[in-house]
Unconditional design. Sequence first.
Lengths: 318, 311
Amino acid sequence: MTQYLDFEKQLADLEGKAEELRAMAERDDDVDEQARALDQKAKQRLQTLYKNLTPWQKCQVARHPDRPHCRDYVRDLFTEYTPLAGDRNFADDHAVMGGLARLDGRAVVIIGHEKGNDTKSRLEHNFGMARPEGYRKAIRLMDLADRFGLPVITLIDTPGAYPGKGAEERGQSEAIARSTQRCLRLGVPMVSVIVGEGGSGGAVAFATANRVAMLEHSVYSVISPEGCASILWKDAEKMREAAEALRLTAQDLKRLGVIDRIIAEPVGGAQRDGRAAVAAVGEALTDLLGGFAGMDPAAIRAERRQKFVAMGAKGLAA
Amino acid sequence: MNWISNYVRPKIGSLFNRREVPENLWTKCDECGSMLFHRELAENQNVCTQCGNHMPITPRARFRALFDGGAFTEIPVTAPTPDPLQFRDQKKYPDRLRAAQRETGEKEAMLVVQGEIGRVPVVAAGQDFTFMAGSMGMYVGNAILAAATRAVERRCPLVLFSAAGGARMQEGILSLMQMPRTTVAVEMLKEAGLPYIVILTHPTTGGVTASYAMLGDVHIAEPGALICFAGPRVIEQTIREKLPEGFQRAEYLLDHGMLDRVTDRRHQREELTVILRMLLGLDPAVQADLPPPVLSNAAAVATQPAASAER
């Protein structure tokens, strides 16, 4: 069963009741009818709920543990995935996965944050929070892509770069800055999809791409709503207001011209139908990469730069 | 030096004379507590003469002490769309901006100028921590792009003084987008083969450190400056342990390989002259030949009206 979010309580009640009814009388037609009616009601409720999610609710959905993660996308969309590890300096960062793979038969370099989905794997992947080694691994993979003319695909899903002692000592800032710089230097097309949380510098270091798409209920922000609330409202509980003010939803970011495309999620969010969400991302990737056929490296680079230089000039009127 | 005699007497004197004497003649060093007379402080570019503590300095004051003859001209920066997100927290963003403009007399958190340092034409950009904590929004991005563009046009180096609490939260995602935007500016300099020197001052944090401040050809920091991505408080909360003394300070970063040098503000002019002349293939400077910078408040008054007159 799905893990319900706090704003899904009514829905949980409806779906729970339907479940109970079915369990009570397995072959009673009358009960079955009632259960179906409840199902119908729940479905409608789900639809309206997800059509009108508030920015804070979107943050909750974006962080939902059942959403497909990087490794689900890699498994379902790519063939011959060959993970490549290490930054050749210090370690292999398990918060970042990446390597060679084929998308529709075409070789690409894939890089993404992996959060893990149970306590053990979450710890192993450090909740998707990369240390400097993660960014340096990504830089190395981008070097490889550039040298052999392979497009770069990144899947973003991170609360942010890891705020740890060792991470700072080993140059978290420098690693992020270099990763952004490496993105800007790529002579191959780069496409990023924010599939969950796009957390601050940790996200932009992998998302300085020719095209950036977002799943419908994912978020992308300079700071978490909780962090923003505790600084500007002096109260972390004001995260709803902060989420509103930050304009971190895919819909607002599209209006601002920061992202290029919104990828529709199945009704009730990617966490309810992972396969459908993964497939939708796959289609978008193929389509977005297709737009760069025949472009030479200098033009690809110039296009990406120009896009970021022009970004934000019009505000919400863009 | 007995500070009381210096401290008390001028105050009493001014009472009796009823002359208009500017207030805040004395500043207390926040490190060692010494009372420093304003003229002495200005001559030392806001560095405590007792303990060497580097106190905040505005880009204008800094540039007067940096450039030959204290002379520089401002480079115009394209004004961004005001309040692009229509951001509301407890205050409206435009109100916060206006308050900062009133307090500082500056347009925004970065000043871009050109002038000569040791007879080397240079473009310089100074981030102003007194203006909304120097935070990086669209204006700062535009300023750095304007600085890089001018440096490429004039074929001269860019010297950038960083100081920021991080990204300007009131510009949300657009402040985050200044990380790639400013990196484009750095790339323009690299491609043109021009030196890009970063001087990291207290504090340089967050997205600023994680973009243009860490991409210099040479990284120089001021003594004691806090330089980090995540601030010490956030780290302490995450790892639940006390951080060692001096963690994330300039000297610590030097030790960990993130900086080339830690240099006293008062020696930066000479150091920049030496480094820039070498990088540009010029002969060593003849010290006697160099016009001195301006280390007093008199010039401060002289250069400011130009900026305020524009508004």
